[in-house]
Design a protein. Sequence first.
Length: 363
Amino acid sequence: MRKFFAFALVAVFLFAFLADAPAFAAGYKAEYKLDIVPNLNTGWGMGATYFTDLIRERSGGKINIKVYPNAQLSAGKQTNAFMLLRNGAIDFACQSTINYSPQIPELNLFALPFFMSGQPDRYKALDAITHGKSGELVAEAIEAKGAKFLCYGENGFRELTNSKKEIRTPADLGGLKLRVVGSQLFLDTFTALGSNPVAMPWSDTMSSLQQGTIDGQENPINTFFPVKVYDFNKYVTNWHYMGDPTMFVVNPTVWSSFSSEDQDLILKAAKDAAAYQIALARVGVDENDGGKNLEYLKSIGKAEGVVSDWNAELKKVGMTVTDLKPEETAQFVELTKKVKASWTDRIGAKLIEQAEADMAAAK
Ligand code: X2X
């Protein structure tokens, strides 16, 4: 009889443990929240969704993350999102360095005008930073402020659109009202170029373009195309003035709640999703990629519907596409030199020098 009770007791415990295994094992949440700024059909959104899909699949359904697009988790206030990640209102994020830059000044490095595109190959230059010592220094700065950093992804190089005229030189920008992200460096850059910048959340941009309260905006093509900027802006200038990487990050308390096997799984998924997001950001716009981004997307079964020539696509929807001559770009570079000088102390002279050394070594 005693034996029977002992056996029954063990059986009951075992059943309770197995039935409740995922939650019991580690006290995981039923669902985690992941923050992104644009909508789900942008490269940024597709990369973030792939991250959560890989984690769900590879954890056998144990770790579920929901992507919240359109800055819903920060009620549209995208430049406050870092505070929400830090205090745990947001568990995960795939965020642009621009949106966290008000709290983490080192992140302004990437937004220094013509910093990477001044190099012979802008993509090599960006990779040299994100894979180099300077990228590590930036990641340390992020962690010091209270986020677990996983890896860099990519929004893309940012191009300029407007409703008024073709932009070839700074003189063409005179007085144009351009929407920029709520970051001082952007206001400084666009003021230095002679335009009239207006800081505004991305979530308000499309309606402001429609109403004509602003004339233009700047974003990577695969972020502005899916929201049909071309309905209001007929001119696009490919000036590549800054490369905008994303960061896959986690709230540190959430991160430490995961077992070390699950941490490995999440980190690996972030790297795989970042590779996908980076390929989406580059395919059809990197004129020197020799087809390798499309090949990569094919290799992971994700090439369907991918645009392999963005300039052709932009023309198809009625946009006038302007690629700048070197002497035209040089005029923008000249006018923004003082912006770099005035931001050096805030970003850190050592960090900028390290980034320059990383880019030079990769040439
Ligand atoms: O607000 C923008 O321009 C966007 C969507 O690119 C960012 O979140 C930085």
